[in-house]
Design a protein around this ligand. Structure first.
Ligand code: ADP
Length: 388
């Protein structure tokens, strides 16, 4: 159970734009926990950006309250509020006539930090987002690529070390390869900084990748499902969510399960120096056709069969079958599926963190793991419903 006060709490927040009859955000109640990335995802026009802009009061709510660390900030001076909150948008909005360093120093400058402190902070933030300060500090935004400019946007939002970051499609306008890299870098940075982040996207795959939790929103910012990506993939609560996730939810869910969680087939092993008859005995005992030949450190070398055990010891290299790419216990089941599809037998050998043989997995194991994840998610929702 989450006992602390949520970092951000929206309490029946609504926003109706002037001249509109339908609220863009309709009585939204939402908690964001300290240190998590909560992704708001939903179709275009459903109210994601409006929700984000309500949190730092770029726009004022028509009704409801917003609490940060349990404190009602609905009446706080919005300028003061925004210094606690970093904001990154797709169009970046760097000031074109200011250098990169000046852009990043915007909020520290507003806060009246002294020059040395600002310079140290700017250099450290540039390094954090992967830009060499010496090379880029004095450049202007137009001298940067899209990806570099977006890094500066992130660095600027981190300027005065805010504890909350709001990110509105931050990587939306960037080519897929750079985007993937920026997402990975950002997750690495977040792994060190542990900011509380609300991240808006219309792209479910980005949501799945970036979110500790995902809120799938419908019209009026209504929450249709809010949960971890793995549970949403394992158990979309209704057709709206299912449609929004689209095809392949089961396959995508495999990214959240690890090979270590599978029960494995325990094929017998034989080391290169053991007598062949030991291998025969082990095959008989295990009622198996195949053995895994391992070296002295228990690293798998070849698949071998009973017929390969005719000599005094199994010889390496020239008997049996290639073992193919090995799976590690910390690999995802998505990777496992890939290797199984590629391998002739559909079976894949698993090694532990030290490279030692740890068993064999096949499609049946994968299938069971998927079913187990789906069942657990369904039971979780049934329990929630029963307690409601
Ligand atoms: P999303 O970010 O999910 O695409 P928005 O929050 O931008 O959705 O918009 C939600 C709804 O509010 C839309 O119907 C949009 O047209 C409307 N809207 C957004 N901004 C304004 C504005 N400044 N004035 C009037 N209507 C707006």
């Amino acid at each position: 159970m989450m006992s602390q006060v949520p970092k951000i709490h929206l309490d029946r927040v609504s926003k109706t734009y002037p001249g509109s009859k339908i609220p863009a955000v309709d009585e939204l109640t939402l908690d964001v926990h300290e240190g998590e990335i909560l992704v708001l995802v939903g179709p275009s026009g459903c109210g994601k950006s409006t929700t984000l802009r309500l949190i730092n009061r770029m726009i004022e709510p028509s009704a409801g309250r917003i609490l940060l660390d349990g404190e009602d900030v609905t009446e706080v001076n919005p300028d003061k509020l925004r210094r606690r909150i970093g904001y990154v948008i797709q169009q970046i909005g760097l000031f074109p006539h200011q250098t990169i360093a000046q852009n990043i120093a915007t909020v520290p400058g507003m806060l009246g930090w002294d020059k040395d402190r600002i310079r140290t902070q700017v250099d450290s933030l540039m390094t954090t987002v992967g830009l060499d300060p010496k090379q880029y500090r004095d450049r202007f935004p137009k001298e940067l690529s899209g990806g570099q400019a977006q890094r500066v946007g992130v660095a600027r939002a981190l300027g005065a070390d805010p504890d909350i970051m709001l990110m509105d499609e931050p990587f939306g306008a960037i080519d897929p390869i750079t985007r993937d890299r920026l997402q990975n870098e950002f997750l690495r940075v977040q792994g060190e900084l542990h900011k509380t982040i609300v991240f808006v996207t219309h792209d479910i795959d980005e949501a799945i990748k970036m979110g500790d939790r995902i809120a799938i929103l419908g019209e009026g910012s209504k929450i249709r499902q809010i949960d971890t990506p793995e549970r949403i993939l394992a158990y979309p609560v209704d057709e709206f969510v299912d449609d929004f996730i689209g095809a392949g939810s089961t396959i995508k869910g495999l990214n959240f399960l690890q090979v270590g969680s599978l029960k494995k087939i325990d094929y017998p092993t034989i080391t290169v120096s053991e007598p062949a008859e030991t291998g025969v005995a082990r095959l008989d005992e295990a009622h198996q056709e195949w053995l895994v030949l391992v070296d002295e450190a228990q690293s798998p070398l070849r698949w071998i069969r009973r017929d390969d055990l005719s000599g005094p010891t199994p010889r390496t290299g020239d008997i049996g079958e290639e073992i193919g790419e090995l799976l590690r216990t910390d690999d995802t089941l998505f990777h496992a599926l890939e290797l199984m599809v590629e391998s002739a037998s559909g079976q894949t050998v698993v090694v532990d963190a030290h490279g030692a043989y740890a068993g064999v997995v096949d499609m049946t194991h994968l299938n069971r793991a998927i079913r187990r994840a789906q069942l657990e998610a369904r039971l979780h929702y049934e329990e929630l419903e029963a307690n409601a």
